[in-house]
Ligand binder design. Structure first.
Ligand code: NAD
Ligand code: ZN
Length: 389
């Protein structure tokens, strides 16, 4: 089959690779009909994640048709159209039982790497390096889905791929990030980053009762989408002092909640620098504006800080004094996608939201290298790329 493979920083290629096979009775094989490129894929593309190997298949936002099933999978049938959550979860462990799916104890066979770095291992993810399980991703014609009896969401007839594809990741991610803001009536939520995740965070903040959403970015078309689709007030961080502007807009008090939908992109991070390989791969960008630092300083006293943006390794010069002295509450992490699949599918079905608003580019799988390039550099007004194998 054809698959999008990582060959190093800024080097993805469409290779011919062996078809996936059922390895476990709980597996399914999915023939992929739609798959997207995510801001998280850019961390791999940038070379920020050291445990990638040349030839690894990328992609964690995908859906398609069930074409083969292990003997233990009873919840779906061959021919069903399904969405696949990006986090892989067993459904039975301490964490899955507590609705903490992205912290599953049984889905990361290489958990020892993360344990060494972080003390504990999170769940395995599709297409996201050997540290997170080494699973082949879904930017391909077919993919093997482990624990298919737990993760697969069957899609009812009448919904297009584009309306449900983002249940795999960015819609639940924006939604959980907004939930983590603990929004109260009358609240103002500030969202850093108007990429796909930020766009869903803005919409979700309103769904969860925010009175005002203020969105921050520098890319005009992303700010415009936040304004038109998301009904947010917007700030261009290259044009205004974000901290001052937010103070002014909130009567000097600051936003009630601050949500970081940027992550490592903007940071002087020495993520995983104790891996020699990473030392070469990670560029230090200490002079760039950093969303997280602004978030902590801008948030009002007693406010909530929600991090959807991905961080790895260490982060320098985080103003913990601001966080401590203002009594901030922090929530963060990989999304517990399984928790949100059905409730958010319902919101799509009843017409509350059409997640396809975020798509700016549809391309063939063969065009993936171009897709990565324009998405990374925000060329051609690119906000979200969907690939059609
Ligand atoms: P993206 O790269 O398209 O969007 C990031 C946006 O942030 C860009 O529009 C960029 O211009 C903007 N930005 C950069 N620096 C900024 C700053 N200082 N202030 C304000 N805006 C700034 O990516 P995306 O797909 O929207 O993903 C965003 C983040 O969410 C990434 O870190 C991604 O890894 C993460 N993510 C997390 C999860 C999760 O489970 N928590 C899931 C999916 C994605
Ligand atoms: Zn993603």
């Amino acid at each position: 089959m054809k698959a999008v493979c990582w060959h190093g920083a800024n080097d993805v290629r469409v290779d011919t690779v062996p078809d996936p096979k059922i390895l476990n009775p709980r597996d399914a094989i999915i023939k992929i009909t739609s798959t997207a490129i995510c801001g998280s894929d850019l961390h791999l593309y940038d070379g920020f994640i050291p445990t990638m190997k040349s030839g690894d298949i990328l992609g964690h936002e995908f859906m398609g048709e069930v074409v083969e099933l292990g003997s233990a999978v009873k919840n779906v049938q061959i021919g069903d159209r399904v969405v696949v959550p990006f986090t892989i979860s067993c459904g039975n462990c301490f964490f899955c039982q507590r609705d903490l799916w992205s912290l599953c104890d049984n889905s990361n066979p290489n958990g020892w790497i993360a344990e060494k770095m972080y003390g504990h291992s999170p769940a395995g993810l599709f297409g996201y390096s050997h540290m997170l399980g080494g699973y082949a991703g879904g930017q391909a014609e077919y993919a093997r889905v482990p624990f298919a009896d737990v993760g697969l969401l069957k899609i009812p007839d009448g919904l297009a791929d584009e309306q449900v594809l983002f249940l795999t990741d960015i819609f639940p991610t924006g939604y959980m990030a907004a939930e983590n803001c603990n929004i109260q009536p009358g609240d103002t939520v500030a969202v850093w980053g108007c990429g796909p995740v930020g766009q869903f965070a803005i919409k979700s903040a309103y769904m969860l009762g925010a009175h005002r959403v203020i969105a921050i970015d520098r890319i005009p078309e992303r700010l415009q989408m936040a304004k038109e689709q998301g009904k947010a007030e917007v700030l261009n961080y290259e044009e205004v002092d974000v901290g001052e502007a937010l103070k002014e807009m909130t009567g000097g008090r600051g936003p009630d909640a601050c949500l970081d939908a940027v992550g490592m992109e903007a940071h002087g991070t020495d993520a995983m620098a104790f891996y020699d390989k990473a030392k070469q791969a990670v560029r230090l960008e200490t002079d760039r504006p950093t969303a997280l630092r602004q978030v902590l300083v801008a948030c009002r006293k007693g406010g909530n800080v929600s991090l959807a943006g991905v961080y790895g390794g260490f982060l320098d010069k985080v103003p913990m004094g601001a966080a401590f002295n203002k009594g901030l509450t922090f929530k963060m992490g990989q999304t517990h996608v399984h928790r949100y699949l059905r409730p958010l599918l319902e919101r799509v079905q009843n017409g509350e939201i059409d997640p396809s608003f975020v798509i700016t580019h549809k391309m063939s799988l063969e065009d993936a290298p171009k897709g990565y390039e324009i998405f990374k550099h925000k060329k051609d007004n690119c906000i979200k790329v969907v690939l059609k194998p």
